[in-house]
Structure formats: structure tokens, C-alpha cells
Design a protein around this ligand. Structure first.
Ligand code: ARG
Length: 444
């Protein structure tokens, strides 16, 4: 069934090529498409474009379709092009001629836009919950191991004294910034495109504010032509935020793999959490983190892919945009799976004690020594030279660690402050599931 059926019979190869994978992708949108239709039907009733009885009939049909979708029984039948066509077909089967009115003043272009924005808003909120789980683990590990010192590196050379507290906490604070980007992407997504039609509005007296309130969008996407070119732009904002999370995970994984090597041995995992080799009996490999790193590296190419996909498109709807869906759905599942696995691994991480007792790391106390001279009134540049020449002559000996008192140092991690920033940035991530949204619209 094609909503756009003409006299000529479409060539099946064209139909297959233009909608094959897309039909599978569309199943992610089923519940949201129904939610959009509920809001649209209520609005059509309110403006008098359909009668109150017709509105009630549509809502009843849509409620039944929602139950079917929630039970996983809504499928896109052979010969049906997409989820929008399937739902309209089933609604018409349930309600007869009334079902044919659901598309009044609407195009599949604004329909898919609203579906995607509802889906993405909710997916962002679920991702934020997962990020919070990882953030909480990292901050707990930081606080628990704040007294355990490790060498800190620059240029991959031992540099200064650091701690597990500083190391774990650094990744937590990185997630707090990722969350800010995710919140901005959410704000881009959280505007209502419904009523912008194919990109040029409608001559029917639609009430766009009504659907905006019903669907709990923060505001309208006003300009109809912008709504259509916003597809891709919104995805780019989301992909950039996800890529930022992916970078945090990838770089953390690199550190974990490095810190697990025989040369470092800063951390370890129980045997159940490492993998072996088919030929080398001694191997204990950090495969989980290598795969997280690899997958998160690939995910970081997503903003580039989206930019390439949309930047050369003329304004208005172009079918290329359909390809964005699978990219975004896949991005959410990739990042969520990798966050989940990182949490599992962190629940089992073991850290080594007394690492800085190794004489190999004695030189990392040289800045410490210079600062001691500074405290006695020696200008830093002179103190530096004195210590540097001791190091050069191999006369430098490890000194005791002084107290670190400034914010963000090993002596004062400020994890409470990092937690506060994270919580402040979490406040925007609240949205209903499709079922909750539909239930609350039905009550109004
Ligand atoms: N599957 C299409 C997409 O995701 C739905 C919109 C179709 N609109 C059209 N004008 N052909 O973009």
C-alpha cells in the first residue's frame, strides 16, 4: 500500500530500494507516531476540522493501536512502505472513513519529524540516566581511592604525583560536560514541527500551539521551511553530544588498557572479567575495554557522516534524510551498550596500592622538592634549577609528599562540587514514555 498511489504501478525494485531497511528502522518510531497522531486528532477536533465524534473514534482506534505496538505486535506488512502508512492503514481498517481524515493538514514530512523529535527526546533522557550511573560509579571510586597515589603522566613520561581519586574523578567530571552538551542537543530537539506539513505549512486553520502543549514540547518550530531543513541539523547536535560521551569512554578505555599492562599494573580485574588467548596460556586481556574503545572511536565519526549526508542538500525535503534514522538509532544503542559494559567492569575493578613506592617513580617528586624551596622563599626559577641539577647528577632523592590544598588537587578533589554540577545539568532530562504521553493527552 502506498499513500501516494498513482495510476502507474511502481516498479518493485524501486520500492524495495527506497524502503527496505527503512521499514525496520521505522519500527522504533511506531509508538511515537501514534502519540503524534493522538495530538493531531485532538487538534483537528478542537479546530472543527473533524467532528467531536470523529475525534473520539480516532482516539479509540489509536489507543488500540498503541496497545498493539506496546505489545510488540505492530508490524509493517509486506507491500506497506513505512510506519506512517501502516498506522494509517490500520486506523482506517478500525474506524472506516474517519481514519482517512487523520492525515488532514499533515504530511509524512512533518509526521516523521515529530516522531523523530519525540523519540530522540526520550532516548536522550534515557541516555542521561545511564550516564548518571557511570558518573556515580566513577565518583564513588574516586572518593574511595582518594588516598592511593599513582604517578601522573605527561608525554607518556612519569610527571607528578597523582591519585586514583584524581584519575577516576577526572572521567566523572568529563561526563558532567558531556551532559551539558546532551542537554543543549535536547533543547534543539524539544520543539514541535507538527503542522509544518511538507515544509510549507497548510491552508487549513491548524492550531499548532495545541499540539505543542499536548506533546509537551517546550515551544514550536515556527518557520515551516526551517522545520524541514532542521532534519539533519537536530541529528547533528545529538550526534555531537553522543560523540563527546563516546570520546570520554574511548579515552578512559585507553587508560584502562594501558594501566593493565605488565609494565604499569596499576589496575586489574578478576579472571572472570578478562579474556585469554588460544595459544598463550598466560594471557589476561582487557577485551571489553578494547571493544568499547573501538566502538566509541567509530561512533565519533557520526557527526562527520551526518554533515556529509546533509550539508550539500537543497532546502525542502529530500529522501536522503531518511538515512539519518538508522544512524541515530544505532548511535543510542552503541553508546548505551558501551556505558553499560563500562559500569559492569568498574564494579569489578581492582586498584593497586603503594605504586609510588617503586623507585622508578622517584623523579615525580622533583616538582614537590622545588615547591618546598619556594615555600622557604626561594624564587621558583632558582628552585627549579637547583632541583633539576640534582636530578641531572642523580643526587635527587624522593621527598615526602606535601599537603595539596587547592581545589581539584589530590588533597582536595571537590567531588561534592563535581556532583553538584552534574545534578544541576541533569534537571532538564525529564520526559514521558510514549505510553505516558498518550495517556496524559487522552485525559485532557
Ligand atoms: N521514510 C521517509 C523518511 O524517513 C518518510 C517521509 C517520506 N516523505 C516523502 N516526501 N517521501 O524520510
Amino acid at each position: 500500500m502506498k499513500l501516494w498511489k498513482k495510476d502507474a504501478v511502481p516498479d518493485p525494485r524501486v520500492i524495495e530500494f527506497t524502503s527496505a531497511d527503512d521499514r525496520t528502522a521505522d519500527l522504533h518510531l511506531a509508538e511515537w507516531d501514534i502519540a503524534g497522531s493522538v495530538a493531531h486528532a485532538i487538534m483537528l477536533g478542537k479546530t472543527g476540522l473533524i467532528t467531536p465524534a470523529e475525534k473520539d473514534e480516532l482516539l479509540k482506534g489509536l489507543a488500540a493501536l498503541y496497545d498493539k505496538a506496546a505489545a510488540g505486535d505492530l508490524i509493517i506488512e509486506d507491500g506497506v512502505e513505512d510506519i506512517h502508512s501502516q498506522i494509517e492503514k490500520e486506523l482506517t481498517a478500525l474506524t472506516g472513513d474517519t481514519g482517512k481524515k487523520i492525515h488532514t493538514g499533515r504530511s509524512r514530512n512533518d509526521q516523521v519529524l515529530v516522531d523523530l523529535r519525540l523519540y530522540t527526546r526520550n532516548a536522550i533522557d534515557n541516555l542521561a540516566v545511564n550516564i548518571e550511573k557511570l558518573f556515580t560509579r566513577l565518583l564513588e571510586l574516586s572518593t574511595r581511592h582518594r588516598e592511593i597515589m599513582i604517578p601522573g603522566y605527561t608525554h607518556m613520561q612519569p610527571a607528578m604525583v597523582s591519585s586514583f581519586g584524581l584519575w577516576f574523578g577526572s572521567w566523572a567530571e568529563s561526563l558532567a560536560d558531556d551532559l551539558l552538551l546532551l542537554g543543549s542537543a535536547r533543547a534543539v530537539v524539544d520543539r514541535n514541527p507538527l503542522g509544518t506539513g511538507a515544509g510549507y505549512g497548510s491552508s487549513l486553520p491548524l492550531d499548532r500551539k495545541c499540539t505543542t502543549n499536548l506533546l509537551e514540547f517546550s515551544d514550536l518550530l515556527y518557520n515551516s521551511a526551517y522545520a524541514s531543513i532542521s532534519r539533519g541539523k537536530a541529528e547533528l547536535a545529538v550526534a555531537s553530544a553522543i560523540a563527546s560521551v563516546a570520546q570520554t569512554l574511548a579515552r578512559f578505555s585507553t587508560d584502562v588498557c594501558l594501566f593493565m599492562t605488565a609494565e604499569f599494573r596499576f589496575i586489574d580485574f578478576p579472571d572472570e572479567f578478562v579474556t585469554g588467548s588460544s595459544i598463550m596460556p598466560q594471557k589476561r586481556n582487557p577485551d571489553a575495554f578494547e571493544l568499547i574503545r573501538g566502538r566509541m572511536h567509530i561512533l565519533q565519526s557520526l557527526p562527520g557522516q551526518i554533515s556529509l549526508l546533509v550539508s550539500g542538500l537543497p532546502s525542502g525535503y529530500n529522501r536522503d534524510l531518511q538515512l539519518l534514522k538508522q544512524l541515530i538509532f544505532n548511535a543510542f544503542s552503541e553508546v548505551n551498550e558501551c556505558i553499560g559494559m563500562t559500569v559492569v567492569m568498574l564494579d569489578n575493578i581492582r586498584v593497586k596500592d603503594n605504586l609510588t613506592d617503586n623507585p622508578l617513580y622517584n623523579p615525580i617528586y622533583s616538582t614537590e622538592e622545588a615547591n618546598k624551596l619556594v615555600r622557604d622563599g626561594v624564587p621558583f626559577r632558582d628552585a627549579y634549577r637547583t632541583v633539576s641539577s640534582m636530578v641531572g647528577k642523580k643526587l635527587f632523592e624522593k621527598t615526602a609528599l606535601s599537603e595539596y590544598t587547592h581545589e581539584g588537587s589530590i588533597g582536595k578533589l571537590c567531588n561534592d562540587e563535581i556532583g553538584r554540577i552534574f545534578r544541576e545539568r541533569s534537571l532538564c532530562f525529564r520526559s514521558k514514555t510514549a505510553g505516558e504521553l498518550i495517556a496524559s493527552m487522552m485525559k485532557k
